[in-house]
Ligand binder design. Structure first.
Ligand SMILES: NC(=O)c1ccc[n+]([C@@H]2O[C@H](COP(=O)([O-])OP(=O)(O)OC[C@H]3O[C@@H](n4cnc5c(N)ncnc54)[C@H](O)[C@@H]3O)[C@@H](O)[C@H]2O)c1
Length: 273
């Protein structure tokens, strides 16, 4: 059911790679709620071609941009305001990648060039988006910027490697830029800390399936799906949440507040018998 929450709003949506991507679901929802937007992804991701189907379904233009390139991001914002016919009301940052995680490098044996690349792609890119937007004055008053994070920013997860540092930095940038942009133009910046979700980025992590099941059993509501994450993101883009900013918002079925669940206690008891 659509509510017209984004009627008349213009946006930029990054990170839709295939139909499992969280950004993909957010784009479909944003369209349903009345928004117009551009889609963007790394030029290399375009080769997969799936984003063209999404663009068709959303009546959206695609602007390729490597999230580490300020030049690409400048084009992304200037072309988006031109195509959409005005300043941008919402931006989705749904970008993450660690070469160390992807190549199963142990935390005690990190490749530091890869680490820097990963931080640039997964965290500093949010700063680049915001700095370019501010310099171009591309965002409207009360615009909303949302980036996707994970609870490994607060707690350690053995399989998450240096993505933990990237998420901690991402959340910090959301606070710091949220302050600055809030003062300047009432622009809001938040992160959504999402449950494990079966996507390309998620499944690139060793032991992901086991962890997915663990989180499912730990969360009183179960893992939040990508569709539900999309619903939540839409509320943050809408005018119904105008005073929410500089927050890391857990969207995890209660996982982050649970010590241990009955299901896990029972599993351990069964093993002990
Ligand atoms: N899947 C999960 O379990 C989970 C949980 C919490 C948070 N997240 C976060 O959600 C976000 C989206 O991930 P997803 O799970 O939908 O997976 P995904 O693989 O579908 O999306 C990741 C996107 O990042 C893009 N990307 C990578 N390098 C880029 C670059 N240099 N420039 C521009 N784009 C680039 C990829 O092309 C891809 O579209 C990520 O920030 C991820 O860390 C995912």
């Amino acid at each position: 059911m659509a509510y017209g929450l984004l009627k008349g709003k213009r946006g930029i949506i990054s990170g839709a790679l295939d139909e499992n991507s969280i950004a993909w679901k957010i784009a479909l929802k944003a369209k349903e709620e009345g928004a117009t937007f551009t889609l963007t992804n790394a030029p290399i991701a375009m080769r997969m071609g799936a984003i063209n189907d999404l663009a068709k379904a959303c009546d959206a233009q695609i602007i390729p941009a490597d999230a580490t390139s300020v030049e690409d991001i400048e084009k992304l914002f200037s072309q988006s305001t031109e195509i959409l016919g005005g300043k941008i009301d919402f931006v989705l940052h749904s970008i993450g990648m660690s070469l160390n995680v992807r190549k199963s490098k142990a935390y005690g044996d990190l490749n530091y060039e890869w680490m820097q690349k990963g931080l640039d792609i997964s965290a500093i890119s949010l700063h680049k988006f915001l700095q370019v937007a501010e310099k171009q004055d591309a965002l409207s008053e009360w615009a909303s910027v949302v980036a996707l994070s994970y609870i490994a920013a607060q707690r350690t997860y053995s399989f998450y490697g240096d993505m933990a540092e990237a998420k901690a930095m991402l959340e910090s940038i959301a606070r710091s830029y949220g302050y600055r942009y809030g003062k300047a133009k009432n622009v809001r910046v938040n992160t959504i800390s999402q449950s494990p979700t079966k996507t390309k980025a998620g499944s690139g992590i060793d032991g992901f399936d086991a962890f997915y099941d663990f989180a499912e059993k730990m969360s009183p509501l179960g893992n939040a799906t990508a569709e539900d994450c999309a619903n939540y993101a839409i509320t943050l883009f809408s005018d119904l949440t105008r005073y929410v900013t500089m927050q890391n918002l857990y969207h995890d079925g209660g996982y982050s507040s649970t010590g241990i669940s009955e299901e896990l206690v029972q599993m351990i008891q069964q093993q002990q018998q």
